[in-house]
Design a binder for this molecule. Structure first.
Ligand code: ADP
Ligand code: MG
Ligand code: MG
Length: 884
C-alpha cells in the first residue's frame, strides 16, 4: 500500500483516500484540464502520522521518488539556485473545512534560489514578493509565529511607502521586508528560517498533518459533525504564479450563484495576486464579468472549463484558478456549498436542464435546509433606516446587538442576548463568535470570503463587504459614511438575502416557503422548486408524518403543512389557567362525592377541547394522550405556599383554603417527580381522572358523528411498564366507551394504545402488545430513562464535557441515540409485531422531526413519526430522502 499518489492516478470518488481537494485535482488532471502537476500524500498517511506521533516508515522515500518525477516533468529541481522548482503544500480533508487547515505556497525559495527565480523571470520584484509570502506563510503556519507580527510589518512597509496597496511596494521594499520577516522568525523561534528546500517541504507536510488537530479545526468539525478520525491529505503541487504582474492574477468562481441559485457564473478575480489574496480582502476584487475585459482569452478558457465541469459533475461547482502571464491554470474544484434557497432552486433547475432526475434532486436538498427556509424575513413594508448595503452572503433576517469581537459575542449570547458579530473581515479565530451570533456583518470581502463561506455552511445570516462601514474593533463601534455611529450593544438588523443593514430592530414577516405551505398561490421560483421537491418526496416515502398538536389552530396549520393526523395531543395544558381551580378541587376533595363533582365540572370543558381538535383533523387519526405529568404541577409551589401560610399565621389570620391546600401539596410533593406518580400510575391511583378524559373523548366523537364528521380518536396511555397496568386502565376505558355508545346510540371506533417510553416496556413489548392497539415511542422519556438523566438538569451542566470527550457528538435529546435508545425502539417494534403483525407503531417527541432520526425510524419500519407543526415538512422531505 502506497502513501503517495500522483494526480494522474486518482479520481473524484477517492475522497476517503485523497481528500476532497486531491481527488478533484486528480479528476481534473484526468479530464485533461490545465492543472499544475503534483502528488497527494494520502489521508491514511496522516492517520498513521497522528497515531505514531511521527512520519510513518517509508514516507520519506516515497516523497523523494514522487518529487523526483515532478522535477523531471517540470525540468527543474526543488529550490535550485539557478532555476528553482517551487511547490505548494496544501491540506485537503475528505470534507472541506474552509480556512481551517494550513497551506504553504512557494516552498523551495531561499536566500539563493530567490536570485535564480529573479534572474529566470527577469523580475526581481516578483521573486522577492514570492519569498516574503513564503516567509510569512511558513512562519505563521509551520513555525507557529504569531501571524499578526508579519501583517503588522507589512502594513508598516506600506505606510512607509505612503500606500494602502501591497502592489506599491517595490523590490527594495520587499527585500527589506524579507529581512524583517527572517528576523521575526529568528526572534520568535530562536532559529533561522530553514534554507534547505527539502527540509522546508518536510516541515510543511508535517504542519499540514498537525493542523488537523488545532482547536479551531476541532471546533469546526464538531459544528459540522465531521468525524474526528479522518485525517487530512497533503497535496504537493508545482507553483504557478498569479503575482507575476498585471497580466497574472488569482480568482475564485462558482458555476451558479451560490446565494440565490440563479443560473450564470459568479466569482471574483484579483490581478497580480497570489493564493488567499482574493478571499482575504486585501484589495478589492473585480467580478468575473470584468475579468473578460482584462484578459479575454483566459476568461473564455475559464468559461469553457466551468461549463465542462458542471456537466461532468452534474452539479454546481466552485473553482479556484490562477492566471500566469495570460495562461489559465485550474487549482481546485469541488461541488460548491450553497445556501438553502440555492440548493432547492439549483436542484430543480438541473432537472429541467436534463442533468439529473427528480430522485436525485430530492437527495440534494435536506430537511435542515428546508427548515432554514421557513424562517421569517424582514417585513418589506415596515419603516426602516438603511445604514449600508453589502453583499447578500448568507440569507435570513437577523436582529441583535452589535458586538465587535468573538469573546463578547460568546459571552453575551450565553447570557441570552441576540448578537450580530461585526468585523472588518473574519478569520478562523472568529469561529466561536460566529457560532454564537445570530448574524455576521463584515465591511470587506466578497461572497467567497471566509465570513461568507463559513456562515453559509452554518446557516448563519451574513452580510459581507459592506464597504461604506468603517469598522473599528478597538473602539467597539462602526461608523457609517454620513456620520452615524453604531456602538457595541446598539441593535442592528441585517438581511442576508439582500445585503442590507438597518438601524434598530426591523420587524420580520413570513417566508415564501411557509406562505406556500399555507396554501397561498405564489409566482415564485423558490416556492415552485420546494413544491416539486416535496411532491416527489411524498410520492416516494413509506413513513407517514403526523404532528404533535394540542390546539385546533396548531392542528389546522400542521394539516396545511402536510400532517397526516395527530401523533400526540397532550392534555396537560387543558388543566391550566382558569381550570387550575377545578383541579385543586379534585385534589383536595374529601370524599367520592367531592371527586365526582370536580370531575363533572371538568368533563364539558375537556369535551369541547377534543371536539375542536377532532374537527380540525376530521378524517385523520388523532392520538390523545391521557394526563401524564405529576399532579402537583397543577398546584401552587410548595415553598411559596408554605411562606404564604406561615406569614398569615404570624399575622394571626387563618386561611383555611391555603392551609388545606398546603397539606395536599406536601402530600403530593416528590423527590423525583419524573419517576413518581405520573402517567398510567395516575390512572390507577385516581381512576376517575382518566375515565373522565375517556368519556370526554367518546362524547366528542359522538358529537362529531352527529355533525356528520369523521372522527378518528385514539386513546394513548402514557408511561406503561407492565401489561397489567394497561389492562386495568383499558378495561375501565372500554366500559366508559360502551356507556357512551349506549347512551348516544352510536358505534365508536376508538383505538386504545400505549406509549413505549420505559426500557421495561420496550423489553416486554410482546406482552404489552396484547393489550395495545398501537404503540407510540416516547423517545424523550425513553432517552431520559435509558441514560438515567433528566433533560432539564443535564443539558446545561455536563453535556459540554461529554462533547469534548466524544461520549456523544450531538445531544441524545436532539438526535436519537440510535445504538442505545434506537436499539430499544427497534426491539420494541419487533417484539410488538411478534404479537400483532399489523401493529401500528409511531414515535412522538422531538426526534420525530430530526433528519437523522427520521431516517432511522424509517429503516426500522415504523408506521409514522410525529413532530411539531413546523417540522412536518422537514420530516416529509427526510422520509422521502430516506427511501431514495
Ligand atoms: P484552502 O483549502 O484554504 O482553499 P488551498 O490549498 O486551496 O487552501 O490554497 C489556497 C490558495 O493557494 C489556492 O486557492 C491558490 O490560489 C493558491 N495555490 C495553492 N496551490 C497553488 C499552486 N500550486 N500554484 C499557485 N497557487 C496555488
Ligand atoms: Mg482552496
Ligand atoms: Mg413521556
Amino acid at each position: 500500500m502506497a502513501w503517495v499518489y500522483e494526480f494522474s492516478q486518482g479520481n473524484k470518488d477517492q475522497k476517503d483516500l485523497l481528500g476532497g481537494k486531491g481527488a478533484n485535482l486528480a479528476e481534473m488532471t484526468t479530464l485533461g484540464l490545465p492543472v499544475p502537476p503534483g502528488f497527494t500524500i494520502s489521508t491514511e498517511t496522516c492517520r498513521a502520522y497522528l497515531a505514531e506521533g511521527g512520519e510513518p516508515e517509508g514516507l520519506a522515500e516515497e516523497v523523494s521518488a514522487h518529487l523526483a518525477s515532478l522535477e523531471e516533468a517540470m525540468d527543474k529541481r526543488l529550490g535550485d539556485a539557478d532555476d528553482p522548482l517551487l511547490v505548494s503544500v496544501r491540506s485537503g480533508a475528505k470534507f472541506s473545512m474552509p480556512g481551517m487547515m494550513e497551506t504553504v505556497l512557494n516552498v523551495g525559495l531561499n536566500d539563493t534560489s530567490v536570485g535564480g527565480l529573479a534572474a529566470r523571470s527577469e523580475d526581481e520584484r516578483f521573486a522577492l514578493d514570492s519569498y516574503r509570502r513564503l516567509l510569512q506563510m511558513f512562519g505563521g503556519t509551520v513555525l507557529d509565529v504569531d501571524s499578526e507580527l508579519f501583517s503588522e510589518a507589512l502594513d508598516e512597509a506600506k505606510r512607509a511607502r505612503g500606500s494602502e496597496s501591497d502592489l506599491d511596494l517595490d523590490a527594495d521594499d520587499l527585500r527589506a521586508l524579507v529581512e524583517t520577516f527572517k528576523a521575526i522568525i529568528k526572534e520568535q523561534t530562536g532559529r533561522d528560517f530553514p534554507q534547505e528546500p527539502r527540509e522546508q517541504l518536510d516541515l510543511a507536510i508535517r504542519a499540514v498533518f498537525d493542523s488537523w488537530n488545532t482547536d479551531r479545526a476541532r471546533l469546526y468539525r464538531r459544528q459540522e459533525r465531521i468525524p474526528e478520525d479522518l485525517g487530512t491529505a497533503v497535496n504537493v503541487q508545482a507553483m504557478v504564479f498569479g503575482n507575476f504582474g498585471m497580466d497574472s492574477g488569482s480568482g475564485v468562481a462558482f458555476t451558479r450563484d451560490p446565494a440565490s441559485g440563479e443560473q450564470g457564473v459568479y466569482g471574483d478575480y484579483l490581478q497580480n495576486a497570489q493564493g488567499e489574496d482574493v478571499v482575504a480582502g486585501i484589495r478589492n476584487t473585480v467580478s468575473l464579468a470584468d475579468m473578460s475585459d482584462i484578459d479575454k482569452t483566459s476568461y473564455d478558457d475559464l468559461m469553457g472549463i466551468m461549463t465542462r465541469l458542471e456537466r461532468h459533475y452534474r452539479d454546481m461547482c466552485d473553482i479556484e484558478f490562477t492566471v500566469e502571464r495570460g495562461k489559465l491554470w485550474m487549482l481546485q474544484t469541488r461541488v460548491g456549498k450553497r445556501t438553502p434557497e440555492a440548493a432547492f432552486r439549483i436542484a430543480v433547475h438541473m432537472v429541467d436542464e436534463g442533468l439529473i432526475q427528480m430522485d436525485e434532486a430530492v437527495l440534494r436538498v435536506t430537511g435542515d435546509q428546508l427548515a432554514l427556509l421557513m424562517f421569517p424575513r424582514f417585513d418589506d413594508s415596515a419603516e426602516r433606516t438603511l445604514l449600508a448595503k453589502g453583499m447578500n452572503a448568507s440569507p435570513g433576517a437577523a436582529v441583535g446587538k452589535a458586538v465587535f469581537d468573538s469573546d463578547t459575542a460568546v459571552e453575551w449570547a450565553a447570557r441570552g442576548d441576540d448578537v450580530i458579530l461585526v468585523r472588518k473581515e473574519t478569520n478562523p479565530d472568529d469561529l466561536r463568535g460566529m457560532v454564537a451570533a445570530r448574524g455576521i456583518l463584515t465591511s470587506r470581502g466578497g461572497k467567497t470570503s471566509h465570513a461568507a463561506v463559513v456562515a453559509r455552511g452554518m446557516g448563519r445570516t451574513c452580510v459581507c463587504g459592506a464597504e461604506s462601514l468603517d469598522v473599528d474593533a478597538r473602539a467597539k463601534e462602526f461608523r457609517v459614511r454620513d456620520g452615524v455611529t453604531v456602538s457595541e450593544g446598539d441593535v442592528i438588523s441585517i438581511d442576508g438575502s439582500t445585503g442590507e443593514v438597518f438601524a434598530g430592530a426591523v420587524p420580520v414577516s413570513d417566508s415564501v416557503v411557509v406562505r406556500h405551505f399555507e396554501g397561498e398561490k405564489l409566482d415564485d421560483d423558490l416556492a415552485h422548486a420546494v413544491a416539486r421537491i416535496m411532491a416527489h418526496a411524498d410520492g416516494a416515502r413509506r413513513l407517514r408524518v403526523r404532528t404533535n398538536a394540542d390546539t385546533p389552530e396548531d392542528a389546522a396549520r400542521a394539516r396545511r403543512f402536510g400532517a397526516q393526523g395527530i401523533g400526540l395531543c397532550r392534555t396537560e395544558h387543558m388543566f391550566l389557567g382558569e381550570r387550575r381551580e377545578l383541579v385543586e378541587k379534585l385534589i383536595v376533595a374529601e370524599d367520592a362525592a367531592g371527586v365526582e363533582e370536580a370531575l363533572a365540572a371538568l368533563l364539558p370543558l375537556q369535551r369541547e377541547d377534543f371536539t375542536g381538535i377532532l374537527e380540525a383533523m376530521d378524517g385523520l387519526p388523532v392520538t390523545i394522550r391521557l394526563l401524564d405529568p405529576p399532579l402537583h404541577e397543577f398546584l401552587p409551589d410548595l415553598t411559596e405556599l408554605s411562606v404564604e401560610v406561615a406569614l398569615a399565621e404570624e399575622r394571626g389570620e387563618v386561611d383555611e383554603r391555603a392551609a388545606t391546600l398546603l397539606t395536599h401539596v406536601r402530600r403530593l410533593h416528590e423527590q423525583n417527580p419524573m419517576l413518581g406518580l405520573r402517567g398510567v400510575r395516575l390512572g390507577i391511583q385516581i381512576p376517575g381522572l382518566f375515565l373522565m378524559q375517556a368519556r370526554a373523548m367518546a362524547e366528542a366523537a359522538a358529537d362529531r358523528l352527529a355533525a356528520h364528521g369523521t372522527p378518528r380518536p385514539e386513546i394513548m396511555v402514557p408511561l406503561v411498564a407492565s401489561v397489567r397496568e394497561l389492562e386495568i386502565v383499558r378495561t375501565a376505558i372500554e366500559r366508559v366507551i360502551a356507556e357512551v355508545e349506549e347512551a348516544r346510540g352510536v358505534t365508536l371506533d376508538i383505538a386504545i394504545g400505549t406509549m413505549i417510553e420505559l426500557p421495561r416496556a420496550a423489553f416486554l413489548a410482546d406482552r404489552i402488545a396484547k393489550a395495545a392497539d398501537f404503540f407510540s415511542f416516547g423517545t424523550n422519556d425513553l432517552t431520559q430513562m435509558a441514560w438515567g438523566f433528566s433533560r432539564d438538569d443535564v443539558e446545561s451542566s455536563f453535556f459540554s464535557r461529554y462533547f469534548e470527550h466524544g461520549i456523544f457528538d450531538v445531544s441524545p435529546f436532539e438526535s436519537l441515540d440510535q445504538r442505545g435508545v434506537g436499539g430499544m425502539v427497534e426491539m420494541g417494534t419487533t417484539k410488538g409485531r411478534e404479537t400483532k403483525p399489523d401493529l401500528k407503531v409511531g414515535v412522538c417527541g422531538e426526534h420525530g422531526g430530526d433528519p437523522l432520526s427520521v431516517h432511522f425510524f424509517d429503516r426500522v419500519g415504523l408506521t409514522y413519526v410525529s413532530c411539531s407543526p413546523f417540522r412536518v415538512p422537514v420530516a416529509r422531505l427526510e422520509a422521502g430522502r430516506s427511501v431514495l
